[in-house]
Design a protein around this ligand. Structure first.
Ligand SMILES: NC(=O)c1ccc[n+]([C@@H]2O[C@H](COP(=O)([O-])OP(=O)(O)OC[C@H]3O[C@@H](n4cnc5c(N)ncnc54)[C@H](OP(=O)(O)O)[C@@H]3O)[C@@H](O)[C@H]2O)c1
Length: 295
C-alpha cells in the first residue's frame, strides 16, 4: 500500500480484534455513503467509490458497514469499489436492523432472517467469509440464544470469522458471551455523548474492541452553533487542527480499545480525518477539551 506524504492510518497504532485479526485503530464507517437517513442511493456514487479506495490507500484496514445502510447499498458499493480486497483489509458488517424508510427501523433477530442477512452480505461484499459480523441490535422479541445461535452456526460453517454486538450494556455482553465469544462491540460514544462509559470500562478490562459510532454526534459537533464549538475551535486552531480531528484524536487517546470509524462521503474529509492519528495533546490539554462539554 502506498501512503503519500506519510499520511497513514497506521499512525493511530494497531489493535488485535479477537486473537487473530489485526487492524489499525483509526478505521472508516460507510453509513454516509448512502442517502439521508441511511436510505437510498448516494448523490455522488463516483466520489463514494473514490472515498473507499482512498481509505485503503491511506492504510485504513477497518471498514465498518451494515446491510441496513441503503439498505444493501453501502455493501454493494464496497464490493464494487474494493473487491478483491487488499490483504489486511477487514470489512466489518452488521445485520439485524430492517429499514422501512429514511431513519425508520425495526429490529429483527429471528434465526432464518439473520442467516439470510449473512448470506446476502457475503454475496454483496464478494467475500467467502466475513471477518467481523456484528448483531446490529438485540431484538427484544427474539431470544438472544436464537439470534446468536444463528450467527454461531454461520461461524461453524466458516461464513463468519468473529462476532460482535452493537448498542449493548456489560450485562448483555456477559449474557451473549455465554452463547458465543464476543470480540467487539459498537456503541454511540464521543466527547459529546459518554453514556456508555461502563461498557467501555468492561471492554477495556477484557480487551474487547469498542467501535464508537457518531464521533461528531451525528455531525452536530462540527456545526458553529454547537455549545462547545467556540472552545473546541480555539483549542483545535492552537494545534493547527480541526474540530473533527480533535474529536477523533480524543477517542484514540481515551482508551486503547477504542477503534473510531468516522463516516464521510468526501475524499477531502476522509484525508482530514485520517490526519487525526498524528495529533497529540498533553493530558492537561485533553482535560481542557473535555471541560468544553461540562457546560
Ligand atoms: N452501530 C450503530 O448503530 C451505528 C449507528 C450509526 C453509525 N454507525 C457507524 O458509525 C460510523 C460513524 O458515524 P457517522 O458517520 O454517522 O458519524 P457522525 O458523527 O454522524 O459524522 C458524520 C457526519 O460528519 C460529516 N463529516 C465527516 N468528516 C468531516 C470533516 N472532516 N469535516 C466536516 N464534516 C465531516 C459527514 O458529512 P460529509 O459526508 O459531508 O463528510 C457526516 O455528516 C458510521 O459511518 C457507521 O459506520 C453505527
Amino acid at each position: 500500500m502506498m501512503h503519500d506524504s506519510g499520511l497513514s492510518a497506521a499512525a493511530s497504532g494497531a489493535f488485535m480484534i479477537g486473537s487473530d485479526l489485526p487492524v489499525f485503530r483509526l478505521g472508516y464507517g460507510t453509513m454516509r455513503l448512502v442517502g439521508d437517513g441511511a436510505w437510498g442511493e448516494p448523490s455522488d456514487p463516483d466520489e463514494c467509490r473514490r472515498v473507499l479506495r482512498r481509505a485503503v490507500d491511506l492504510g485504513v484496514t477497518l471498514i465498518d458497514t451494515a446491510d441496513a445502510y441503503g439498505p444493501e447499498i453501502a455493501e454493494r458499493i464496497i464490493g464494487e469499489a474494493l473487491a478483491p480486497y487488499e490483504p489486511g483489509v477487514v470489512i466489518a458488517t452488521k445485520g439485524g436492523i430492517t429499514r422501512q424508510g429514511p431513519a425508520k427501523t425495526e429490529f429483527v433477530g429471528r434465526a432464518g432472517y439473520l442467516i439470510q442477512c449473512v448470506e446476502m452480505s457475503l454475496r454483496r461484499l464478494k467475500l467467502e467469509r466475513i471477518d467481523l459480523y456484528q448483531l446490529h441490535r438485540i431484538d427484544p422479541r427474539t431470544p438472544l440464544e436464537e439470534s446468536l445461535g444463528a450467527l454461531k452456526r454461520m461461524q461453524e460453517q466458516g461464513k463468519i470469522r468473529h462476532i460482535g454486538l452493537s448498542e449493548v450494556t456489560p450485562d448483555q455482553i456477559e449474557e451473549a458471551g455465554k452463547i458465543v465469544p464476543i470480540v467487539s462491540i459498537q456503541n454511540r460514544y464521543s466527547l459529546a455523548d459518554r453514556r456508555h462509559e461502563e461498557t467501555l470500562k468492561y471492554c477495556e478490562q477484557r480487551g474487547i474492541a469498542f467501535l464508537p459510532w457518531y464521533p461528531y454526534a451525528g455531525g452536530k459537533m462540527l456545526k458553529p452553533d454547537h455549545p462547545a464549538a467556540q472552545a473546541l475551535g480555539r483549542i483545535a486552531a492552537h494545534h493547527n487542527a480541526t474540530i473533527a480531528q480533535l474529536s477523533l484524536a480524543w477517542l484514540l487517546q481515551r482508551s486503547p480499545v477504542l477503534l473510531p470509524i468516522p463516516g464521510t462521503s468526501k475524499v477531502a474529509h476522509l484525508e482530514e480525518n485520517i490526519r487525526a492519528a498524528e495529533l497529540n495533546l498533553s493530558a492537561q490539554q485533553w482535560l481542557e477539551v473535555e471541560s468544553s462539554f461540562q457546560v
